[in-house]
Write a protein that binds this ligand. Structure first.
Ligand SMILES: Nc1ncnc2c1ncn2[C@@H]1O[C@H](COP(=O)(O)OP(=O)(O)O)[C@@H](O)[C@H]1O
Ligand SMILES: [Mg+2]
Length: 254
């Protein structure tokens, strides 16, 4: 039985009306998509892992004072979040060349970038999420110049924190994508982190072997996606060693 009102169904998640005004329930599905959903599969257990990994990261960010939409996890696949007005931009932070920047600029994948680089993509599936500049963003009013400043500050703080957190777990944070939204308080709004941060939205490489522990395993038909996501969860301390050796798929601690 499910009496909740479904607000939105996306490629990887479903949003339901929350228990109180201003809240939503974010449900993580097992669907994996790539190349603007031209490639699709259902990967058993992915939603459960992403819910837990994203919870872990958002909780840690909340604790260091980065404002996020995360309130609390409700169950294996769902979390309670604050409803925001999503800014229609994907904010990508890159530390090492991989994916589209490697192709676009002719860089060998794995080349460290001279410094961390922030890119913006206009969130529009019909247009294939085109890359846009700050000029486009303010000219079309997708975000104000002040909001853009806030977004870049937040993106850099998140990058600094996550880089250290993953490195301590033997993982190189190559790049990641985030979404942000406006939280309104009367006629004032501030920008907070929304959506998710998980191996679906990051490039994570084993620091030593450079093995991919992220969605590139799906994009590039490498297999072993659940094993890789489980390894990320294990190294972050979300799943225990004992449960791993017990076998038969990912089992998660409370
Ligand atoms: N706190 C929030 N409030 C409102 N919308 C959100 C919030 N966090 C994420 N979203 C939106 O919910 C959707 C999540 O579902 P997803 O499957 O990722 O969708 P998509 O296929 O559009 O990427 C995204 O469109 C995202 O922008
Ligand atoms: Mg999405």
């Amino acid at each position: 039985m499910n009496r909740r009102r479904r607000i939105y169904e996306g490629k990887a998640k479903v949003l339901y009306e929350g228990p109180e005004p201003g809240t939503l329930i974010q449900h993580f599905k097992d669907d994996a998509t790539a190349f603007n959903a031209k490639k699709h599969a259902v990967i058993d257990g992915k939603g459960v892992l992403n819910n837990r990994i994203s919870e872990f990261i958002f909780q840690a960010l909340n604790e260091i004072g980065v404002p996020t939409h995360f309130i609390k996890r409700l169950n294996m696949r769902e979390q309670l979040i604050r409803s925001v007005e999503i800014i229609p931009l994907e904010v990508v932070v890159r530390n090492v060349a991989a994916g589209s920047i490697a192709t676009r600029l002719g860089l060998e994948e794995g080349t460290p970038l001279p410094r961390s680089i922030i890119e913006f993509y206009y969130k529009n599936d019909e247009l294939n999420d085109p890359m846009v500049s700050e000029e486009h963003i303010s000219a079309f009013g997708w975000a104000s110049p002040q909001e853009l400043d806030e977004m870049m500050m937040l993106a850099m703080r998140i990058n600094d924190f996550l880089t250290g957190m993953f490195l301590a777990a033997g993982i190189k944070l190559v790049d990641f994508k985030i979404e942000m939204g406006r939280l309104w308080d009367n006629d004032m709004s501030r920008v907070i982190l929304a959506d998710e941060i998980s191996p679906d939205s990051c490039r994570l490489w084993d620091a030593k072997s450079k093995d991919k522990l992220d969605k590139d395993r799906f994009r590039r038909d490498m297999g072993g996606l659940i094993e890789a996501y489980t390894e990320v969860a294990r190294r972050l301390g979300i799943v225990t060693e004992n449960e791993q050796s017990a076998g038969s798929g990912p089992r998660l601690v409370q």
